[in-house]
Design a protein around this ligand. Sequence first.
Ligand SMILES: [Zn+2]
Length: 314
Amino acid sequence: MVNDHLITTQKTKQYIGRFAPSPSGPLHFGSLVAALASYLDAKANNGQWLLRIEDLDPPREPVGAADNIIHQLESLGLLWDGEVLFQSKRIEAYYSALTELATEGLCFRCFCSRQDVRATKNKYNGKCRANGLSARDLQYPINEYPGTSIRIRTDSKTVSFEDTILGSFRSQLSESGGDFVIRRKDGMVAYQLAVVIDDAWQGVTNVVRGVDLLSSTPKQRYLQTVLGLAQPTYTHTPVVTDTNGTKLSKQTFACAIDPAEAFPLLFRALTMLGQSPPKQRVFSRSPRSLLRWAIDHWELQSVPKLAKIAVDST
Ligand SMILES: [Zn+2]
């Protein structure tokens, strides 16, 4: 009886992970490493792995980029569960969260330019805090262009969280940038808010992503707290750099991955994540058989506790 009871109460909810690229270009090797880490952690925990396309910045999204990412993942054998979620279809949900934050008196209109904020060492000085919001500010699309951005008050709140690879983090939001933008001047909801709303809506329990997003985590935890949302577990994996230590990104024109090279790329990504697959020939160059091995042998604790790993380090 006692054991039965324990089994029932210890039953944990199902793991739900996600990969959430922005379609500003095709996936490159760095994004493949991030995708693979979140995929393997989800599948090794018998979880679901969702795909979300973060398409909230149309001017920076080449036509066909989202389709291209979807095809790249398919050719790598990184198959997601359920429907792909497109953030561009979710604007109503984001605005409803924005309205909720405004109702709680946490938001204000900010007229500061990027240069103004840069002049205070990228720490927002609270200059526009006294500004209220009107119902017009909470309508989409906005009536004026460019409009004003909306920031959320952070006051002296401290956020702490445990990263499963990197350990404990504690951050005082006022020290790490202060009140941050939750709606951009173009009327689009900012990345931080959209991510938090979608992670909660999709029931994401585990966020596994590149350490380049570590500085976003305290902001997202703060938004989850003020919105009363569940908080996922966070894991930040090293970002892949070129030999000069520069992060591979769409901006640095890192080469897009070639689907024909799926097997060697996955193999290389796996070793960069600290995993030790047997010799390549065991898998007869089949991405699925390599992924099967990787799911069965995934060791999160073997992922390097580093901010960066250079692409030629393997
Ligand atoms: Zn301002």
